[in-house]
Ligand binder design. Sequence first.
Ligand SMILES: Cc1cc2nc3c(=O)[nH]c(=O)nc-3n(C[C@H](O)[C@H](O)[C@H](O)COP(=O)(O)OP(=O)(O)OC[C@H]3O[C@@H](n4cnc5c(N)ncnc54)[C@H](O)[C@@H]3O)c2cc1C
Length: 406
Amino acid sequence: MTFRDIDINISKETKSMLKEVEKFSMEVMRPAGIELDRLGDPEDAVKNESVLWDVFKGFREMDLHLLQIPKRLGGMADDLDPMAGILITEQLGYADTGLTISMGVSSLPFDAAAQFPMPEMQQLARDFCADKSGEMVGCWAITEPNHGTDWSLGGNKPKCGPSVTAVLKGDEYIVNGEKSEWVSNGTIATHAVLHVGLYPERGMDGQGLAILPLDLPGISRGKALDKMGQRSLNQGSIIFQDARIPKKYMVIPNPDFLKATTGQGLANVNGGMSIVFAGLAKAAYDEAYRYARKRIQGGVPLFEHKNIKVKLMQMFTMVEAARANARRMAMYNLENPMNPSVIHAVAAKCLSTETATQVASDAMQIFGGNGLAKEYPIEKMFRDARASMIEDGVNEALAIKATEFM
Ligand SMILES: Cc1cc2nc3c(=O)[nH]c(=O)nc-3n(C[C@H](O)[C@H](O)[C@H](O)COP(=O)(O)OP(=O)(O)OC[C@H]3O[C@@H](n4cnc5c(N)ncnc54)[C@H](O)[C@@H]3O)c2cc1C
């Protein structure tokens, strides 16, 4: 054991649930993540025979897609110890962050649907809970080729508004434009949470929110994105060409109402990211510690050298600070869902992603040349961590946005 977990008051049930998650994450997700990472063509990662689908199936069979949905719709949210959800998320991030994000995002439209009283939305959440094979896959389509950080910062400049627009005609919205190749699960999603421009004169602030199936006429996809980190996470663009979207799918047609929920959205997304990447930071530390105990230089294990001891202690300190901070923030926000603390969530996202990147880089230094070799896990962890400081909003932009909630 390299780590003594000092969080107390974890129930027996939570501990045994975590053991199951640990087994699945390390025996199925970790190797699948490595296999997907090494594929030359990201299109291969989503073929029928890909291990990606074993992960989806395993995740659903373990009911891990039910954590945010209330019991009355088939979910587990009411019964779950909040700390259990946090520890599960951290463990999944420990195993493979790309796949953890893919699984998390795949639930997003359905978790969101459960919050709306309309019968179609409630049914969508029910259908998702019943899906044990991984056929229903969600995505969050917000970024556009010409608007990335603009979505994080918002604003009411008419010249800087969403490129994907929706115009109401009778009982349908006519949607045109493109969501960028950075949409996670973009080429495999069956459903989306979609941000669209409704009032161009209000710029980014004139947006509405739809939850919709993606098999409607006029909706097509781009190619799977080839990228540096989190290669196990499928990403790709979604294109709308005179797509006719029934009015009932526009769950928030009022931009002022959507703006009022910005804080909750930021708290949820950043909160989740902070836990996932605290998990990756711990994984990189554990690898470095194990390696330092085994690798002999100067006739003794690396661990016997003072510089390595000091470096490992610094890494341990950073990892524990990120984990403790993410857990504390997440517990508070889970207990205050209507008024979560946005600044704590954004601070935790920035701390965890920056810690994961620094610790993975330090681990690479301890591994020496082997840190760069594909045979060892560190170079992938470093690439996965580096992506997180841009993912779901560049850290600097999130920090600027968070000051609105100080
Ligand atoms: C792994 C990963 C997963 C992702 N998943 C999703 C997803 O599921 N759905 C989705 O829609 N998107 C997703 N994204 C996209 C992500 O949200 C965007 O990449 C991010 O918001 C930044 O946008 P951009 O890449 O266009 O960078 P830009 O907006 O072009 O920013 C480039 C640089 O300029 C700076 N900058 C930009 N504008 C300003 C300004 N006004 N003032 C000062 N500085 C500025 C930024 O801080 C940044 O350093 C994902 C990205 C990654 C890396």
